[in-house]
Design a protein around this ligand. Structure first.
Ligand code: NAP
Length: 188
């Protein structure tokens, strides 16, 4: 059974983007980027909300991103190698290979995918991930906490979900970012 992993870089107060939609404070430095590359390398399928997909497509359609450094090239190659499913009611076409659109988030379909996928899967974009959390589909969280309080914006975790978490690992980076790796289990 493949695991479904939720991964996010958030402020200390729990936002992936501030009230103006900015998340420049969440951009990983080289040390964090190298760590994320290794976390993402084994993942086979990315489940993306449309907004997160549109943030990430540059890793395939903008070659200048990969040209910035060997680390960025490595990430671009990892990203391009994975299959992607984009959930959207509005997107008419995708601009990347190995990508398909789903019009609805069907928990049963994702459960079946987990049962048949040979490699672990990622869910990204908090709006989409909230639905996976509510359906009890998220097995692990990779949370990066940036050393900033932004005061509001887009929450990294949904309000209406209660989960017990088991801390499996943690790491502190030179930039002040902290990685928290949790396994989830539902509470009654
Ligand atoms: N902190 C960081 O490192 C970081 C990195 C990247 C991005 N971000 C921020 O995070 C934001 C993305 O998070 P998000 O929570 O706003 O968006 P998201 O979950 O990525 O995308 C939301 C969109 O996904 C589609 N969707 C969600 N559930 C669906 C369903 N059940 N059926 C069909 N479509 C569904 C809808 O698209 P349609 O509107 O097309 O129907 C919805 O508007 C970005 O916009 C950016 O601001 C932060």
């Amino acid at each position: 059974m493949a695991k479904l992993v939720y991964s996010a870089i958030a402020s200390l107060d729990g936002y992936v983007a501030d009230e103006d939609g900015n998340f420049d404070w969440a951009v990983p430095d080289e040390e964090v980027h190298a760590f994320i590359n290794d976390l993402d390398r084994p993942l086979g399928i990315y489940l993306y909300g449309r907004r997160m997909y549109q943030t990430m497509v540059g890793w395939e359609i903008d070659p200048t991103l990969a040209d910035r450094s060997p680390l960025m090239r490595d990430f671009a190659e990892i990203w391009q190698a994975a299959d992607k499913i984009v959930y959207s009611g509005t997107l008419e076409a995708v601009s990347t290979a190995k990508t398909r659109i789903e019009r609805d988030f069907d928990p049963e379909a994702v459960r079946n995918m987990k049962a048949s996928a040979g490699r672990d899967m990622l869910v990204g974009g908090p709006h989409l991930a909230a639905q996976a959390f509510r359906a009890g589909l998220v097995d692990e969280c990779h949370l990066f906490v940036a050393p900033i309080v932004v005061g509001g914006g887009k929450r990294s975790l949904p309000d209406d979900v209660r989960l017990k978490l088991e801390l499996l690992d943690e790491r502190r980076f030179g930039s002040g970012m902290v990685y928290l790796y949790y396994r989830t289990s539902r509470t009654r």
